[in-house]
Design a protein around this ligand. Structure first.
Ligand code: UMA
Ligand code: ADP
Length: 436
C-alpha cells in the first residue's frame, strides 16, 4: 500500500500512538503533535522514536509541506489551523481501511455500540472465527492490523466517521440516532449525515425498525432489520407477539427472562447482534449461549450494591439524554422509586426530553457537576437536590432511599468537568457506594 513521504499525526493519545507505531518504519518523515503533552511523555516518545519530530503546538508543525495529516478523533477537523489543509486530513480509520484486506463489520449509533460490538465479536469468536474487535471501543483499529484476523468488527464514533469517505463494509449497522456531540457537530442534520456515512458502499445493511433515522438508502438491496416488534423475514430479528422471546424471523432464539442484562434497550441491542450475525450463518445455539451468558459491560447498568432493599446501579456510560432515558425505563418498576444522579458537562443537550420518565419513575434528582443548574432550569420536579460531589450525593441518597428504591447513577452528561472519563466517574461512584 502506497504511503507518502511526509506524514503529520495530530494527537498522542491511543490513536496517535497506534499510528506512530504502525508508521515509524514505513514513512520517511513523521511529525507528532500533541498540545497537552507532558514533558515526561515527550521525552519518552523522543527516546522511543528518535526519527519522529514530537511537537507541542500545531503551529510548529509543517502542515504546508506534509503530504498527509492524520487526526485523532478528539481533534476537531473544523479547527481554523486546518482550514487550508482539509484535503490532506484523514482519520486513523481511513488509514486502517487502506490497509485492511479482510471483511469489516462496521457498527455505529448514539447508544449501545460497545455492547453490540463486544457481543458480535464474541459470537463470531465462539463460532470459531478469528475476529479482531476495536475502534472507539478502546483498541484503535490500526493496532488490530498487527494480527492477521479473518474479520474485523469495528465500533465507529461520529468523530471517526466524520473523517471517512466510505467504509465499504461487509456489514454496516446504525443502532439508533439521537442528539449527542452537538457541541462539535453543531446541527442534528450534520450529526445524522455523518453517522449515515457508514452505509456508503456496504454489502449488507442492518437498520433499526424502531428508528427511522437509521433507515437504509432507497437503492440499497441487501438489508435486514432489528426492532422490538414481530417480524417474518428470516434474516431480520424481533420479538415474539407475547414478548417472551427474541426471534430471528419466525425462529425462537432465546427467552427474554433468561437474560442477565437489564432493560428493553438491551433487548434491542441483542436483536441487533442477532441480525448482524445472521449475515455470517452462525448457528443459533452459539448466538443463544453467548447472549444468555453475557453479564453486561462495566459502567453500563451495573448493579454495584444491594442493601436494606435498596439497589444501587452504576450506569456512568449514560453520557447523553437518550441513554439516561433508556436507563430509567430499563430499571424502573411501576412506582416512583428511582433516585437519579444527573450532571456533568451537558453538551448543549435538551434535558426537558427527560421530563416524562422523570415524572413517572423518579422520586429524587441529585444534581452535580458543572452544568447542574443549567439542567435544573430545563426540568420540573418537586424533589431536586444540588450536591458538591459524589460523596455528598451518595450520603443524601442513602438517607432518602427506602426499601425497594433504586439509586441510579446515569448522569446523561460527559464527565470531563470532574473526572478523567466515564470509567473514572463510574469507578469513583462504585467505590464510594461500596465503602459505605
Ligand atoms: N489533543 C490535542 N488537541 C486537541 C484535542 C486533543 O492535542 O484539540 C490531544 C490530547 O492532548 C491527547 C490526544 O490528543 O493526548 C487525545 O486524542 P483523542 O481525544 O482523539 O483520544 P484517543 O486517546 O486517541 O482516543 C480516541 C477516542 N477518543 C475520542 O473520541 C475523544 C476514544 O474514544 C477511542 O477509544 C480511541 O480513540 C480508540 O479508537 C473515547 C470517547 O470518548 C472512548 N469517544 C467518544 C464517545 O464514545 O462518545 C466519541
Ligand atoms: P456506546 O458505546 O454507544 O456508548 P454502550 O453499549 O456503552 O454504548 O452503552 C452506553 C449507555 O447507553 C448505557 O449505559 C445505556 O444506558 C445506554 N444504552 C445502551 N444501549 C442503548 C440503546 N439501544 N438505546 C438507548 N440507550 C442505550
Amino acid at each position: 500500500m502506497y504511503l507518502p513521504d511526509n506524514i503529520t499525526i495530530l494527537g498522542a493519545g491511543r490513536t496517535g500512538l497506534s499510528c506512530i507505531k504502525f508508521l515509524a518504519d514505513r514513512v520517511r518523515q513523521l511529525e507528532l503533535v500533541d498540545e497537552k503533552i507532558s514533558s515526561e511523555k515527550l521525552s519518552q516518545l523522543v527516546e522511543q522514536y528518535p526519527n519522529v519530530s514530537v511537537l507541542g503546538h500545531i503551529e510548529e508543525a509543517n502542515l504546508k509541506l506534509t503530504d498527509l495529516i492524520i487526526l485523532s478523533p478528539g481533534i476537531n477537523p473544523n479547527r481554523e489551523e486546518l482550514d487550508m489543509f482539509k484535503d490532506k486530513c484523514i482519520g486513523d480509520v481511513e488509514l486502517f481501511l487502506r490497509f485492511v484486506d479482510k471483511p469489516v463489520v462496521a457498527i455505529t449509533g448514539t447508544n449501545g455500540k460497545s455492547t453490540v460490538v463486544t457481543l458480535v465479536g464474541e459470537v463470531l469468536r465462539q463460532a470459531g472465527i478469528n475476529v479482531g474487535v476495536g475502534g472507539n471501543l478502546g483498541t484503535p483499529c490500526i493496532e488490530l492490523l498487527s494480527n492477521k484476523y479473518d474479520i474485523y468488527v469495528l465500533e465507529l464514533s461520529s468523530f471517526q466517521l466524520e473523517l471517512i469517505d466510505s467504509v465499504s463494509a461487509e456489514v454496516a449497522c446504525i443502532l439508533n440516532i439521537t442528539p449527542d456531540h452537538l457541541e462539535r457537530h453543531l446541527t442534528m442534520e450534520n450529526y445524522i449525515n455523518i453517522k449515515r456515512k457508514i452505509y456508503k458502499n456496504t454489502k449488507h445493511f442492518v437498520f433499526n425498525r424502531d428508528d427511522e433515522l437509521t433507515n437504509i438508502p432507497s437503492a440499497a438491496k441487501d438489508a435486514n432489520s432489528f426492532g422490538l416488534s414481530t417480524v417474518f423475514d428470516s434474516y431480520s430479528s424481533g420479538l415474539s407477539a407475547d414478548h417472551r422471546f427474541l426471534m430471528l424471523g419466525t425462529e425462537r432464539v432465546l427467552e427474554t427472562d433468561k437474560l442477565q442484562i437489564l432493560g428493553m434497550h438491551n433487548w434491542s441491542n441483542l436483536l441487533a447482534v442477532i441480525t448482524i450475525c445472521s449475515n455470517f450463518q452462525v448457528p443459533l445455539d452459539i448466538v443463544r449461549d453467548t447472549l444468555v451468558n453475557f453479564k453486561g459491560l462495566p459502567n453500563r447498568c451495573q448493579i454495584v450494591k444491594k442493601e436494606n432493599g435498596v439497589v444501587w446501579i452504576n450506569d456512568s456510560k449514560a453520557t447523553n439524554v437518550s441513554s439516561t432515558k433508556a436507563s430509567i425505563k430499563g430499571v424502573a418498576n411501576q412506582r416512583r422509586s428511582i433516585i437519579l444522579f444527573l450532571g456533568g458537562l451537558s453538551k448543549g443537550q435538551q434535558f426537558f426530553e427527560l421530563q416524562d420518565p422523570l415524572s413517572k419513575y423518579v422520586k429524587l434528582i441529585i444534581l452535580f457537576g458543572r452544568d447542574a443548574k443549567l439542567i435544573a432550569e430545563q426540568i420540573q420536579h418537586d424533589e431536586m437536590l444540588f450536591v458538591a460531589d459524589l460523596g455528598d450525593g451518595i450520603k443524601h441518597a442513602e438517607e432518602f432511599a427506602t426499601k425497594e428504591d433504586i439509586v441510579l447513577f446515569a448522569p446523561g452528561c460527559s464527565s470531563f468537568d470532574m473526572f478523567n472519563d466515564y470509567v473514572d466517574r463510574g469507578n469513583q461512584f462504585t467505590q464510594l457506594v461500596q465503602e459505605r
